[in-house]
Design a protein around this ligand. Structure first.
Ligand code: HEC
Ligand code: HEC
Ligand code: HEC
Length: 410
């Protein structure tokens, strides 16, 4: 009797051990087959979040990280988001991925730098975060360990991010505004959260945090100026309709302007892949932003600058942009009334005259065009022609100095 009892126990314990150590973990290790619908949704969200722009350094190794992101405090390298188990995020579960996106916190509890836009991604709902994770899990694993951050003192100490988060970071999803339409709320979710438009268009404080009181007031990015996106008359989007904004985001151009530099990348990798409904929702949200303070009154540039600028413009630019600046909408962008051109900060206009430009090709606007670089012109000539186009045909914006041009040469 006793013997039989012991046998019974042995069998039970044996079964329990088998379940715990063999079948248990073995079953947990089997990845649940991803639901194709969730993966498709995750792919679309990954595009809307423009993850590839930062996380792909080598186009042959998508999402393998290692791309250097420049910040005012030095460079920082993006992480490997492929499901590689040792160098990527292949061992992460949904909760760890959620903590990274919502709190900027790694599985080992260390904190990320905000070059990873978690202050925006915190606004995402859980299902969207999980869908992104599911999609990333279907990528080809790539073994790649990004270099450590190359940041200057004191930000080279990751622990300081605790203070930074305490001072500047408010985690949590966006509460819908019941007084606004569903389209407006969808646009706000994308603009403020996933698409993190403010990461470039909002000015930052001395520690690199976005200045919440100056949202979308325009900011410098990589030698370009990301213009203000509010309803201001000159440098803002007052003269653009919601359809104009949507066309620009979907195709990289519209009857007012073309996307260049970092914005061209945003359009190529992100907004041109988004649905028309989502892009239109973002446009509706932006059109509802109140106008911030008007651009400061502008002193007229010196007659010498305007005369020399006009001479240079007539000599080199009229072939495409026409004498009256009207150009040919969607081929040669018009210059009169041009918002970006009249920004207080002239960086984008100087950049394009120095470097020239290739119009990007998107499925909705496949034809391309180009503008030659004027690198060889002396700083003063570049300053004069940019001053001229910023102040001809009713435009008004501060004069540009040779110094400003010199600083933007690469
Ligand atoms: C503007 C550039 C940028 C964009 C856009 C961006 N990231 Fe990152 N991401 C980074 C950088 C830089 C790091 C490394 C941060 C650090 O080391 O503190 C990072 C880190 C991460 C990490 C931590 C990974 C690890 O191994 O620790 C995750 C997860 C992540 N990003 C997911 C995403 C997702 C998902 C998107 C798109 C929705 C995205 N990122 C978009 C720059 C970016
Ligand atoms: C990586 C930085 C970056 C991000 C992110 C970004 N932008 Fe931009 N944006 C720029 C720059 C730089 C320009 C100026 C481009 C030029 O000079 O051709 C610009 C230009 C624009 C313009 C044209 C404004 C004008 O007056 O000509 C619009 C509209 C715009 N962005 C909307 C958005 C929206 C909406 C988002 C989010 C979906 C976004 N941007 C995200 C950098 C960025
Ligand atoms: C061969 C034709 C050509 C010539 C010559 C030319 N441009 Fe352009 N310009 C273009 C094209 C094409 C674009 C659009 C580039 C793009 O899509 O990013 C452009 C864009 C611009 C823009 C940006 C406008 C916007 O809103 O996107 C400015 C400013 C500009 N040109 C000024 C000049 C000046 C100043 C000169 C003379 C020094 C000049 N261009 C000469 C073809 C030309």
């Amino acid at each position: 009797m006793r013997q039989r009892q012991w046998n019974g126990w042995a069998i039970l314990v044996g079964l329990a051990l088998c379940t715990a150590f063999k079948f248990g973990p073995a079953r947990a290790e089997l990845p649940a087959a991803p639901d194709p619908q969730v993966v498709a949704k995750g792919k679309a969200l990954t595009e809307a979040g423009d993850c590839a722009s930062c996380h792909t350094a080598d186009p042959r190794k998508p999402f393998a990280g290692g791309k250097r992101i420049e910040t005012p405090f030095g460079g920082i390298y993006s992480a490997n988001l492929t499901p590689d188990r040792d160098t990527g995020i292949g061992r992460w579960n949904d909760q760890q991925f959620l903590r990274a996106m919502r709190y900027g916190e790694a599985p080992d509890r260390s904190l990320y730098y905000p070059a990873f836009p978690y202050p925006h991604f915190t606004k995402l709902v859980r299902d969207d975060v999980f869908a992104i994770h599911a999609y990333l899990g279907t990528l080809t694993p790539v073994s790649n360990t990004p270099p450590p951050p190359a940041l200057r003192w004191p930000l080279n100490y990751r622990v300081l991010m605790r203070l930074w988060n305490y001072a500047f970071f408010r985690p949590g999803i966006l509460e819908p505004n019941q007084n606004k339409s569903a389209e407006w709320n969808r646009g706000g979710y994308l603009v403020e959260g996933l698409a993190h438009c403010g990461a470039c268009h909002t000015p930052k404080n001395f520690l690199g945090a976005e200045r919440s009181k100056r949202r979308f007031a325009g900011s410098v990015v990589d030698g370009w100026f990301a213009p203000r996106l509010d309803e201001a008359a000159r440098g803002g989007l007052k003269s653009w309709s919601a359809d104009d904004i949507a066309e620009y985001l979907l195709s990289g151009r519209n009857g007012h302007s073309h996307a260049g530099g970092p914005m061209a990348e945003v359009v190529l990798n992100s907004t041109s892949h988004m649905s028309e409904a989502d892009v239109h929702a973002m446009a509706v949200y932006l059109k509802d932003l109140a106008a911030g303070p008007a651009e400061p009154a502008v002193a007229a540039p010196s007659p010498e600058q305007m005369t020399n600028g006009e001479k240079l413009y007539k000599g080199s630019c009229v072939a495409c942009h026409e004498l009256d600046g009207s150009g040919a909408p969607r081929i040669y962008p018009p210059l009169p009334g041009n918002a970006n051109l009249q920004s207080a900060n002239p960086a984008s206009a100087i950049r394009i005259v120095l470097d020239g430009a290739e119009t990007i090709t998107t499925p909705r606007a496949p034809n391309t065009g180009s503008m030659p670089p004027y690198t060889k012109w002396p700083d003063q000539d570049v300053a004069d022609v940019v001053t001229y186009i910023r102040n001809a045909w009713g435009n008004a914006a501060p004069a540009v100095t040779a110094d400003e041009v010199a600083k933007l040469r690469k």
